[in-house]
Structures are given as structure tokens and as C-alpha cells.
Design a protein around this ligand. Structure first.
Ligand code: ADP
Ligand code: MG
Length: 444
């Protein structure tokens, strides 16, 4: 039985006037108890409007919002207030905490609205939540004295104090640094898995998608398509980094988008992957700048030499503050991947037909040639052939990452390439990263 059901809902602002806005158009979906749903889309597409519609804070111009079999737009003001306080907890990007109240009183606020008169009972609940989120020692401070991550945990505690079964969050990590964001995402994940909350989160960040059971992709007030994340529950047992899996999800999730659109969505992500690939001893600030600069390099805002200079420049002067040699190494690493990615995504059909190869074969050959120079000294002609076969299949997506890795390692006699384990690891890393960043490279 659906828990939340939206039927043909539209939200239209200023209907009939010159400045009419169709914020939501013909939206339909059902959400079951204990699901984790992400509403994803660019700014202005109607995500917040949709979340507010579910919360009953926005009324549908047309259509219905049914929660636990009750049409909430039919409720009178008192019924609605009670419903909202007992059924729905909301978490906001800007935390929305009152700075005139202490931390604990902020958490208690919804209890007071509910008219729960037992002061002791109320406090005990709040204290439990403070403990759960590791902010007990901050109970009597005012929220603005705390870090963003701590403030958001207060916001979450406040959204849970009435034991509401449904938790809605609008860009809840949008203001947080990446470490606090991970921490808050983990809290939501636990609230969904362990405390069995139905959780709906709005985000425009593609990196968060892997957490959800389902993702609704919104554009111009509509849900354009929906993706069920089958891999979600396997995420802790699978091989490969979390980032690669997020990316796979992303790739599967955008069948309708053009390459250019995908590219736009993925630039920050690619920069992150490249930066992590290169990263050794940099700190958080350096890491953020590094990502930013690589992003600039991917979109062509920086030229090759500019990236190197920015990596080398001191932090005070706006750079990453690496020493000259490390900067050169990093820059070289980025360029290598970008060069190969460019080859893989470019149209070489003219040259390949002249040489008598398929386009994908030529690309596989070029990658092997590049790689050979560095790592493949003792390979036979037959091994190289098999390697090219495998790379070509992987390029055409005829085989997945796992089979690819397995075959590289397998002895030649058993039908594999028979490469040394260390070489296999390097090759896979380089090749998969190249595949990850291959779309829409535009360097100069
Ligand atoms: P998102 O959360 O995806 O960024 P919103 O749901 O906030 O988008 O807004 C969707 C559209 O509705 C936007 O074009 C926004 O400008 C418009 N909008 C939101 N609230 C109002 C309002 N109260 N009056 C008029 N237009 C609004
Ligand atoms: Mg919004």
C-alpha cells in the first residue's frame, strides 16, 4: 500500500497572469513506507515545490496529495497542523534553527507545538537524540556557535522528535563541507535502514544518488524519468571504489540526456575522480582547489601550462601549494588521462578505415601503445592481440569492468592475457579512469 501518493498534481503560481509559473506539471508517483527516494534535477526545476507539496506546505493547483490514504488538501487547519507535526519531519539546507533558543530547545520546538505537556518526558527524548547524533555537550549552547555539520544534526534531531515516520530533506548537505556532508548522509542512511523512516531528499548533486532506492529526475516541473537503484543494497560488499559505482549509476540513469548535458552534470564528478586518482598527501583545502582547477582544465578554462602553474602556486596566492616537482607530476597525470580520454571519445573513423580497422579497434591499439611504453615490456604479440580484443570489447561496453579485470589476469593458456598482477592493476586503473572522464573533453 502506498504511503504517499501524488496524483496528477500541478502547482501553478500566478495562474492566468503575465508572470504565470508552471512550477509542477502533471506529477504522478507513489512511495511505499520505508523507501529512500531522491528528487534530483537542476535549480528551478520544481524540486522544493514538490517536497513542499508532499509536506502539505504547498497546495496543488490541481490534483491530489494523499498521505496514508488521507487527502491532505481536504484537511482543515487544525487537522493539518496535527497531521504535519506527527507525520512529517523536515530538514532544510539553511538548517532553519532559531538563534534565540538553545540547541535543546530548538529540538524540542515541535513537541511544544504538539502540546506535549510532560516536560520531563520531552527533555528525555531530546537528550536521547542529542546523544544519538553526538552533540550532547552542545545542548545548552546557541546553534550559531556550532559548526555547519553540528547545526544540521540539530535540524535532523528536530525533525525526529515527534517520531514522524516520514522525513523530508531539501538540499540538506548543500551548505556542508564534504566530510560533514558524508556524516549527514550516513545519518540519513541509518535513519532509513535502521529506524525505518521513509526518506525523501532533494539534491542537485549527482554524487549523492547511490544512497537512494529510487531517483526521480526532474526537469521543467515534470518528473522526466525514474531510476530504480538495484545496486544499492550491495554497496558495501562490492569491489571497486564508491565513486566508480556512483558513476555507473549515473551512466545508467541518464539514457535520455545528450552527451553534452551529461558532460555538464559530470564535470565536478570527473574532477573529483581525477583529483583522487592523483592524490597522495594533500589536505582538504588543497583537495578542493585541486578539484576546482582540474574542473577548469576539463572544461578548457585552463590550458595545460596554467594548470601546472596553479598547482605549483602557493595557497596564499590562490594556488594548491604543491612543490614544483609534484605539480609537474600531477599536471602530467591529468594530461595523460585527458589525452587518452580525448582519443577514446573522438571520431577516428576516417583514419581507422584507411588503416583497415574498426574505430574501436584503433582506439584499443592506441591505448595499448601508450600503455606499452610504460609497462608492457615482456609481452608477446599474441598477448597484445588478446589485450586489444579485451580493450575493444570494454570500449564497446560488451563486457563489464569485472570480466575485463578477470581476463587480464587469467593465464594465457586459459584464454586470458596473462599479465602480471601489478601491471593489471595499473592498466585497469588507467583505462577505467579514462573511460570515466571520456565524455566531452574540451581542453583548449
Ligand atoms: P528548485 O527547488 O528545483 O530549485 P523550486 O521548486 O524552488 O525549484 O521552483 C520551481 C519554479 O517555481 C521556479 O521557476 C521558481 O522561480 C518558481 N517559484 C517558486 N516559488 C514561487 C512563488 N512563490 N511564486 C512564483 N514562482 C515561484
Ligand atoms: Mg529548491
Amino acid at each position: 500500500m502506498p504511503h504517499i501518493k501524488i496524483e496528477n498534481a500541478c502547482v501553478i503560481y500566478n495562474e492566468g497572469s503575465d508572470n504565470q509559473v508552471n512550477a509542477l506539471m502533471d506529477v504522478n508517483f507513489e512511495i511505499k513506507p520505508q523507501e529512500y527516494v531522491i528528487i534530483f534535477g537542476p535549480s528551478g526545476c520544481g524540486k522544493s515545490t514538490l517536497l513542499n507539496l508532499i509536506a502539505g506546505l504547498e497546495k496543488p493547483t490541481r490534483g491530489k496529495v494523499i498521505i496514508n490514504e488521507q487527502d491532505i488538501s481536504q484537511m482543515d487547519a487544525n487537522e493539518f497542523a496535527r497531521f504535519h507535526c506527527t507525520s512529517i519531519g523536515m530538514v532544510f539546507q539553511a538548517y532553519n534553527l532559531l538563534s534565540s533558543l538553545s540547541v535543546i530547545d530548538n529540538i524540542l520546538l515541535p513537541q511544544i507545538f504538539l502540546g506535549n505537556a510532560n516536560r520531563k518526558e520531552r527533555r528525555e527524548k531530546a537528550v536521547k537524540l542529542l546523544e544519538k547524533f553526538g552533540i550532547t555537550s552542545q545542548a545548552n549552547r546557541i546553534p550559531t556557535e556550532l559548526s555547519g555539520g553540528q547545526q544540521q544534526r540539530i535540524g535532523i534531531a528536530r525533525a525526529l522528535i515527534n517520531d514522524q515516520p516520514i522525513l523530508l530533506a531539501d538540499e540538506p548537505i548543500g551548505n556542508l563541507d564534504s566530510k560533514s556532508a558524508q556524516n549527514v548522509l550516513k545519518i540519513f542512511d541509518d535513519l532509513n535502514k535502521i529506524d525505518k523512516k521513509t526518506f525523501i531528499m532533494v539534491t542537485h548533486n549527482p554524487e549523492n544518488l547511490e544512497y537512494a532506492d529510487r531517483v526521480f529526475y526532474m526537469k521543467d516541473g515534470r518528473i522526466e524519468h525514474e531510476v530504480v537503484n538495484k545496486k544499492k543494497n550491495k554497496k558495501n560488499t562490492e569491489k571497486g571504489g564508491a565513486k566508480e559505482r556512483e558513476f555507473e549509476l549515473l551512466m545508467r540513469s541518464f539514457p535520455g540526456l545528450s552527451e553534452a548535458q551529461l558532460h555538464m552534470l559530470m564535470i565536478p564528478f570527473k574532477a573529483k575522480i581525477l583529483s583522487e586518482y592523483l592524490l597522495t598527501k594533500t589536505n582538504v583545502d588543497q583537495n578542493q582547489r585541486l578539484e576546482e582547477f582540474i574542473r577548469n582544465r576539463i572544461i578548457g578554462k585552463f590550458k595545460r601550462e596554467e594548470l601546472r602553474l596553479m598547482l605549483d602556486r602557493s595557497i596564499e596566492d590562490g594556488g594548491v601549494g604543491l612543490d614544483e616537482r609534484t605539480a609537474t607530476d600531477f599536471s602530467h597525470g591529468v594530461e595523460k588521462v585527458l589525452d587518452n580520454a580525448e582519443i577514446i571519445q573522438s571520431d577516428l573513423s576516417g583514419i581507422s578505415s584507411k588503416l583497415g580497422y574498426k574505430d574501436s579497434r584503433l582506439k584499443a591499439k592506441l591505448f595499448v601503445r601508450y600503455f606499452k611504453r610504460a609497462f608492457l615490456d615482456n609481452t608477446t604479440r599474441e598477448q597484445i592481440n588478446r589485450l586489444e580484443d579485451l580493450l575493444e570489447k570494454r570500449l564497446l561496453n560488451e563486457i563489464g569492468h569485472e570480466l575485463f579485470a578477470e581476463k587480464l589476469d587469467l593465464p594465457f593458456k586459459e584464454g586470458g592475457v596473462g599479465l602480471d598482477k601489478r601491471v593489471v592493476r595499473k592498466l585497469i586503473k588507467e583505462f577505467e579512469i579514462t573511460l570515466l572522464v571520456k565524455f566531452g573533453i574540451k581542453k583548449e
